[in-house]
Design a protein around this ligand. Structure first.
Ligand code: BGC
Length: 742
């Protein structure tokens, strides 16, 4: 080793050692600090208030001057305070408290901070975990530069009900895809680890089963078997935890009669017990106090007792802890040890974030200016937005559009809107100039093609007054592009809908425009799967563009003209109508399965509606075609601890370079308890040039065949399995059986 190398080696060692010893010392530092704290100061750490502007929940009567409460050591964290300037004011107050314990600033950085990315459900449609991780990384970089320490994301709730407004915030219906995306998002938010200046703490939410609200009505009760909980709803949480999620948030719902905030089984037995979670749990907004409405406790005193003993460490906005914990300790209903444990968890995170070294380390105005809205972030937002667009239908290859068209009529209520492109949970709207509407995107790339425009109708209004003008405008154009869908506040928290049809008179406008005989492309912009049967059956080309964020217009235009070939796949089933809900691809077969959509003779079917969805989980087309062939197994029988390798060839047989998401599903043919007709167990997204063939290999091992039995043990059962490989859950191209030997 020469001298320079030796020096570098020792410097590196020094750096690593310091980092390591700081981490190693944290438990000691926390203990030392705990010893200095009064009970009141400890309880203060468990209390979280909303800031003084944006409210993301019902506002409770003010507690008086929050800055004074912070100075008295009564607050451990504040949410919805953003920006270096603003957070500094609050941190300065904390630095005037007796022990100078820094505050944690939390915010719902759900899909971007300043540069807004597609809504999470849209990003999930990309099936591109690297891109999703990058989007979270950028969001974290911007948020951390803006003074935020902690994002209340990712939401990893599985959702099988598109009436539920919060489907937009998760990764859809599948536990396997959902788990990979949960991992990607946690890694993206936390970057190189807590303490890095561009990392924010992640928060896996909402623990647990919030997405299964009865009837899709937000905040509603959840009643489900524990086996479904473990099989379907918990895996993404476990994945988030394994990826290092610093915090968890519990949820509003009751699970089988026990509200999540007071649920010992969820928080103590599973999360902190079996899974060994070392971070802390924050309640959802007011959810501890809401246990009174649930009828689970009589008052806030009992609510605080139930929540802290069940393992909820921090009280967001219900004020139950700050008002009652001291008395509960005096009354011996809550032990100091339980309080200490919660405080220890919170202080540990504050140390790991480096806030005790420098409470203002995320309050650098210069960094804030440099890090936000960079060109690189904007480019990344455009890239993931393109990757999120699903080509639902493309008859006669209407898309991509030629650049030689004389004119395009852009019609529809969403064509020129900007803020709507961001979607729900975009808290820092910023400057509207940063948002690209569809119309602007088309103007940017239109070349010589003349753009005509007519709004046609409003989003929800029932007036048809604009139809005539829209018809005339369409008549003058070579092609019509229609921008239809939901308003940004029609899907999101507390935005459940019983009717998820394309709102207002929009589908009538589509019919009117189709009657011109012009080629029509419909873009559907929404936060959830909508119902639009007439459009699906009659319009030749449909793109589901969700809400794509700041770069929506540019990204959609890239796809319209084919400078980007769409490759996204639906992460959630699209029903034919609300009566099919809940509908999901990984259902059981039942004792009387229908053989096809017309088979209603004493089968499990509706007499007025086919069983199949309008668009299945995993569906999504490309401008090119892919052929699957040559399925081969390394062997057809595997031992319990062995594995089988499966390969097949994927060829691009069309004209355009394109990406395909090849999906692998398994079915356990005979099992006790029974298993779903299909379960996603792997996928690969890959790019192929026209004519190119690639071989894809997939390994089946014990873990892929394992499931929870009725005792909630994870087991495998010998027997026959079917492997299905395809382009969508309803488009299986290759399949064969194999055996797990005894
Ligand atoms: C939501 C959470 C969110 C919190 C803070 C609640 O209403 O359910 O997901 O993190 O508000 O904004």
């Amino acid at each position: 080793m020469n001298i320079t190398k030796t020096l570098i080696f020792f410097c590196l060692l020094g750096v690593l050692n310091t980092a390591f010893s700081q981490q190693r010392d944290i438990p000691k530092k926390v203990d030392a600090l705990l010893k200095k704290m009064t009970l009141a100061e400890k309880i203060g750490q468990l209390n979280q208030y909303n800031g003084d502007w944006e409210a993301t929940g019902p506002v409770t009567p003010d507690v008086g001057n929050k800055l004074d409460a912070i100075k008295r050591g009564e607050v451990g964290s504040v949410l919805n305070i953003v920006g270096v300037k603003h957070t500094r004011v609050f941190q300065e107050a904390a630095m005037q408290s007796r022990l100078k314990i820094p505050l944690l600033f939390g915010q719902d950085v759900i899909h971007g901070y300043s540069v807004t990315f597609p809504i999470p459900l849209a990003e999930a449609a990309s099936w591109d975990v690297q891109a999703i991780e990058k989007s979270a990384r950028i969001a974290a970089t911007e948020a951390a530069a803006g003074g935020v320490h902690w994002t209340f994301a990712p939401m990893v709730d599985i959702a099988r009900d598109p009436r539920w407004g919060r489907v937009m915030e998760g990764a859809g219906e599948d536990p396997y895809l959902g788990s990979l995306i949960a991992t990607a998002r946690v890694k993206g938010f936390q970057g190189k680890g807590l303490g890095s200046l561009d990392a924010v703490m992640a928060c896996a939410k909402h623990f647990a089963a919030y997405g299964a609200a009865t009837g899709g009505r937000d905040y509603n009760s959840v009643d489900m078997s524990l086996r479904t909980l473990w099989e379907i709803y918990l895996p993404p949480f476990k994945a988030a935890l394994d990826a290092g999620a610093a915090t968890f948030m519990n949820s509003f719902n009751d699970l089988n009669g026990i509200p999540a905030s007071g649920n010992r089984y969820l928080q103590r037995d599973i999360l902190k017990g079996k899974w060994g979670f070392k971070g802390f749990v924050v309640s959802d907004w007011g959810s501890i106090g809401e246990m009174i409405n649930h009828g689970y406790v009589k008052d806030n005193y009992e609510a605080a007792e139930a929540a802290i003993n069940a393992g909820s460490d921090m009280d967001m906005e219900s004020r139950s802890y700050i008002k009652n914990l001291a008395k509960l300790v005096a009354d011996k209903k809550v032990s100091v040890a339980v309080i200490d444990e919660a405080v220890r968890r919170i202080l540990t995170k504050k140390y790991e974030m480096g806030l005790f070294d420098d409470a203002y380390r995320f309050s650098d105005a210069e960094r804030e200016k440099q890090a936000i809205n960079t060109r690189e972030h904007v480019e990344a937002a455009r890239d993931i937005a393109r990757k999120s667009i699903v080509l639902l239908k493309n008859e006669h290859q209407l898309l991509p559009l030629s650049r030689d068209l004389n004119s395009i009529a852009v019609i529809g209520p969403l064509a020129k809107l900007k803020k709507e492109m961001k979607g729900f949970w975009a808290l820092n709207i910023g400057d509207e100039k940063e948002i690209v509407s569809l119309y602007e995107g088309m103007q940017n790339q239109g070349g010589k093609t003349k753009l005509l425009y007519a709004k046609g109708c409003e989003i929800t209004d029932t007036s048809r007054a604009g139809f005539n003008e829209a018809y005339k405008t369409a008549m003058q154009a070579d092609v019509v592009v229609m921008a239809m869908g939901e308003r940004f506040d029609m899907t999101g928290e507390a935005k459940s809908r019983s009717d998820i049809h394309l709102p207002g008179v929009q589908e009538e406008l589509i019919k009117a425009i189709m009657s011109t005989g012009k080629p029509v492309v419909v873009l559907l912009m929404a936060g959830r799967p909508m119902v639009f049967n007439w459009t699906a059956d009659h319009v030749p080309a449909i793109l589901y563009t969700w809400w794509l964020g700041n770069q929506a217009g540019n990204a959609i235009t890239d796809v319209l003209y084919g400078s980007y070939n769409p490759g996204a796949k639906l992460p959630i089933t699209f029903p034919r109508t609300e009566g099919q809900i809940p509908i999901y691809y990984n259902h059981f077969n039942t004792g009387r399965p229908a053989r096809n959509d017309n088979d209603v003779n004493y089968t499990s079917a509706y007499i007025d509606l086919p069983n199949s969805p309008k668009y299945a989980f995993g569906h999504g087309l490309s401008y090119t075609n892919f052929t699957y062939s040559n399925l081969r197994f390394s062997k057809k029988s595997m031992l319990k601890n062995g594995s089988i390798t499966v390969s097949f060839d994927l060829q691009n047989t069309g004209k355009y370079p394109g990406e395909e998401v090849a999906q692998f599903y398994l079915r356990d043919l005979v099992s006790q308890p029974v298993r779903p007709v299909k379960e996603l167990k792997g996928f690969q997204k890959l790019m192929l040039q026209p004519g190119e063939t690639k071989t894809i290999t997939f390994t089946i091992d014990k873990e892929k065949l394992a499931f929870y039995n009725d005792k909630l043990e994870r087991i495998t059962q010998p027997g026959e399995f079917r492997l299905m490989i395809g382009s969508a859950s309803d488009d299986i191209r290759l399949q064969d059986n194999f055996v797990l030997a005894d």
